[in-house]
Ligand binder design. Structure first.
Ligand code: NAP
Ligand code: GFB
Length: 319
């Protein structure tokens, strides 16, 4: 019997994660019974109910991967906690309620490892999302993300909806936001090294370099996202991250970018800038139970590929 055609709509489809999913879902993981639509704010401002409704009327998705959000690194979050809270709450409520009203079979939304309690034991796992306040630097973003998990449980309890979520760690890759103020650390470091090479000036890392992060390559995350859409049946979230043993310091991340960009100049640390959260070490034990053999791209290769993409696409990159 022919399998029913899936119409998959990816909100936030033109961003870092969305572009990675487009790369894998339309090539290496392509399936003939899936039609993919990657939408951005040009297709609809998802913080607006009517625009969201019109988009669903137009695309008629059977499945939704929900990535659209106001997103940023530590320094953007520090400045705009209220905006992150309000805008993302509106987007999330519109997507989940419109998906319910349109009978969407499955929604996979996106949380983040930075939303876990700041005071916690390690490694963090999926059961700990609501066990205490998040780090103060991004409380607005974090509470909006946590509410997705609560809403997923409420739609399932009251209407039997199959709405779930994933919890990625720090993501990087092609099509990232390389803006020096608003972006995340790895694209920020790559942009800074590019400018230091061009202008023959020092490369300045913000903070002490001692905080620790797990970084996932966007193409690896995309492969895992497609697996979650097709195979993961739980309502509870699942962490999508490299292992605890792959956690590195910001200093090490900076060294990897210097090596990948073949920078020979001076490296400095501006300790007047915030370090943010020291660490948010997450366990990928639940993922490993499902996919014990999944191979993550080695970080040196992933950083090199991203640096090469940035240099080759400097003019049109978001920065
Ligand atoms: P991104 O590159 O900034 O992309 C965000 C996307 O959301 C863009 O396509 C943007 O469209 C869209 N968007 C924003 N506001 C919108 C609105 N009002 N209406 C419609 N679309 C809107 O972000 P990303 O890094 O890919 O993040 C994707 C998801 O992963 C987010 O939910 C984020 O919280 C989560 N996440 C990211 C990381 C990370 O390290 N990057 C880590 C964990 C979780 P336009 O470009 O048209 O504005
Ligand atoms: O990716 P990032 O901005 O956010 O990383 P978080 C911040 C860490 O990198 C801090 C150091 O320790 C910074 O001091 N850092 C060093 C830099 N140089 C730079 C630089 O040039 N740019 C940036 N941005 N950082 C975010 C959350 O936390 O994690 C978001 O605030 C989101 O909500 C994201 O969830 C995944 O990893 O600290």
């Amino acid at each position: 019997m022919a399998t029913e055609k899936k119409v998959v709509m990816v909100t936030g489809g033109t961003g870092l994660v969305g572009k990675a999913i487009e790369t894998v879902a339309t090539a290496e993981l392509k399936r003939d019974d899936e039609e993919w639509h990657f939408v951005s704010s040009k297709d609809a401002d998802l913080s607006d109910v009517a625009a969201t409704e019109a988009l669903f009327e137009k695309i008629k998705p059977t499945h939704v991967i929900h990535l659209a959000a106001l997103v940023g690194g530590l320094f953007r979050n520090l400045k705009y906690n209220l905006d992150f809270l309000r805008v993302n709450n509106k987007i999330n409520d519109n997507i989940l309620n419109t998906s319910y009203k349109h009978g969407v079979k499955k929604v996979v939304s996106c949380l983040s490892t930075c939303i876990f309690p700041d005071k916690t034991t390690y490694p963090i796992d999926e059961t700990m999302v609501h066990n205490g306040p998040p780090h103060n630097s991004n409380f607005g973003y974090s509470y909006a993300k946590r509410l997705i998990d609560i809403q997923n449980k409420a739609y399932h309890a009251q209407h039997g909806c199959h709405f779930t979520s994933v919890i990625p760690t720090n993501v990087f890759g092609a099509y990232d936001n390389f803006n020096l103020e608003d972006g995340h650390v790895l694209p920020g470091l790559m942009h800074k090294v590019y400018m230091a090479k061009k202008n023959n000036t020092p490369f300045t890392v913000w903070g002490t370099g001692s905080p620790r992060r797990q970084f996932i390559y966007s193409l690896d995350l995309a492969r895992l996202f497609v697996w979650v859409l097709r195979e993961y049946e739980e309502i509870d979230p699942i962490i999508l991250s490299v292992g605890e043993e792959d956690e590195i310091s910001i200093k090490r991340a900076a060294e990897l970018v210097v090596e990948a960009m073949e920078f020979k100049g001076e490296v400095k640390y501006d300790t007047t800038k915030s370090d943010g959260q020291f660490k948010k070490t997450a366990s990928n034990g639940k993922l490993r139970k499902y996919l014990p053999d999944f191979k993550f791209t080695p970080i040196e290769q992933a950083i090199k590929e991203t640096c090469d993409w940035f240099v080759a696409n400097f003019e049109e990159a978001r920065k």
